[in-house]
Design a protein. Structure first.
Length: 247
């Protein structure tokens, strides 16, 4: 909310961004705690599919024998079956969320205490990036009505002045997002379409930058609200004395 003296009350921006960081951070922490606190050998080597529930029960898709050379899955009975519905509800949720959102391929995941983690190394990088991106916005971000202006507000106004003078704000935001997402896309799709096999360190790094711009953008999108300026675009203070124009 912009105050009359030109200063800025950032309580809402800090609260919203910190909540985003907290949600991502808590789940990331649970991904490490779950395999540590579960009995050793509870979670065997998995190999599922993204955007599907493969290990909900003993009869689920992931627990079937798909053969060791299958493009999706493997011979799960030979490695030991797994059903997150048989865990206590707390750890069950952690692995269920991973099951739904991650392929959980064992060769791309870490193992702790003889248990495979709920998500792969790329997703670990993404969640870490979400925390950092949202935290970045909590430190410097402002509600500037639009998502693009709020997103860019983490930079000093002096640095942004050339972008506002030439009206390159949208291009700048899209470029920053692309710089975060494209490396992961190149690494992932090259791995999918060719014989190239990435490494876990590369997956973590590319996932981190992708997650960072997503967390940064998401926090900015949640904070960008015209209502805090009484729907009056003239009240928004922008670099280079720029003004929002209502179409």
């Amino acid at each position: 909310m912009l105050l009359r003296n030109g200063l800025t009350d950032r309580d809402r921006e800090q609260r919203v961004a910190r909540n985003v960081a907290a949600v991502a951070g808590v789940y990331l922490l649970l991904c490490f705690l779950a395999p540590v606190l579960l009995p050793e050998g509870t979670v065997p080597e998995l190999s599922g599919r993204a955007n599907s529930l493969d290990y909900a029960s003993e009869s689920s898709w992931g627990n079937q024998n798909h053969g060791e050379d299958a493009k999706l899955g493997h011979d799960q009975p030979a490695r030991g079956t797994f059903a997150w519905s048989e865990l206590n509800p707390f750890w069950g949720f952690v692995y269920a969320f991973g099951d739904l959102n991650c392929h959980q391929k064992h060769e791309r995941s870490w193992e702790i205490n003889g248990n495979q983690m709920p998500i792969c190394t790329r997703d670990i990088g993404i969640f870490l990036g979400l925390v950092i991106g949202a935290a970045l916005f909590s430190l410097r971000g402002l509600n500037r009505w639009t998502v693009r202006d709020s997103f860019l507000s983490v930079f000093p106004d002096e640095m942004l002045e050339p972008l506002y003078l030439k009206d390159r704000r949208m291009a700048a935001m899209l470029l920053l997002i692309a710089l975060g997402l494209v490396p992961m896309g190149i690494d992932g799709f090259t791995q999918l379409l060719t014989d190239y096999e990435s490494t876990n360190p590369v997956r973590i790094v590319t996932g981190f930058f992708s997650g960072m711009v997503i967390g940064w953008w998401f926090a900015a999108a949640l904070c960008a609200r015209a209502a805090f300026f009484e729907e009056d675009a003239a009240k928004v203070s922008l670099p280079a004395n720029a003004r929002l124009m209502m179409k």
